[in-house]
Every structure is written in C-alpha cells, then in structure tokens.
Design a protein around this ligand. Structure first.
Ligand SMILES: [Zn+2]
Length: 137
C-alpha cells in the first residue's frame, strides 16, 4: 500500500527501533511507496511513512529495489561532500558521505548479509541509514 510521506522534522528526528519479522507489512508498504515515487526518489526509510523501524529500501545497482532490515555500516572509506535532496525535506542540502561502505543488514528473508557498496548506491544507503538514526541532511 502506498503511504503518505511524513514531513514533520520533529518526528523524523527520532531514532528508529530495530525491525523484526513482525514488520514485514511495513517493508511491503515502503517498497510500494518507493515505487510510487521512483521518478524523483532513489531510496526511502520507514520513518518517512510514519514507522519508527530500522527498515530501508532503495534502487539497487541493477535497477531492482533492495530491502534492508537493520542496516549498519561496518566500514567506510574516502569521504567527500555531497548535495542531496529528500522527499521529506525542501531543497538540496550538503553533507559528508563516504565513497565506499561495507554494510551488514538482514535481507527480505531475515538472513544476515554483509555487502560492499560504492558510488551513488552507497550514498543513498548512507542517507537512509541517517534517517534510521533520526539524522536529517
Ligand atoms: Zn531523505
């Protein structure tokens, strides 16, 4: 189900709680909502649809949507400054990002995985993990 996008900065500044298997319906709604905004949005975190759970979705390198529960950055390298937009915020904002990140997460089947990402996909993941931590760019 496509849900409304939350734009309340106070709500979005709260850190999200760990996700469990009971949160699968939230993940499904998040994927539906990302698909509905795909023309102007490369990723979303669950708090953007009003759920304070550590779940993110984004467009993967092959163009298919990727779902992560409880993503965590284990390692990062090569910092740079990036200008980013966000469906929940007005305009572009500057922030520090890392070119390469190693992420541990649980996939759609709740299997723990570790994967390395670079470039734009890595940037989107960092933006969405910031949302999970209540950080707004
Ligand atoms: Zn955002």
């Amino acid at each position: 189900m496509v849900r409304d996008i939350t734009k309340d900065p106070i709500f979005l500044s709260q850190p999200s709680k760990p996700a469990t298997e009971a949160d699968r319906p939230v993940a499904r709604d998040l994927l539906d909502t990302l698909a509905a905004h795909r023309d102007r949005c490369a990723g979303m975190a669950a708090n953007m649809i009003g759920e304070l759970k550590r779940i993110i979705v984004f467009e993967g390198e092959d163009g298919d949507p990727v779902l992560m529960y409880n993503p965590e950055i284990l390692k990062k390298s090569e910092p740079y400054r990036a200008a980013e937009g966000c469906l929940s915020l007005q305009g572009l904002r500057q922030g520090e990002r890392w070119k390469t990140i190693k992420v541990r997460f649980q996939d759609g089947a709740f299997k723990t995985r570790i994967k390395t990402y670079t470039g734009f996909t890595a940037q989107v993941i960092q933006h969405e993990i910031d949302h999970c931590n209540g950080v707004l760019i």
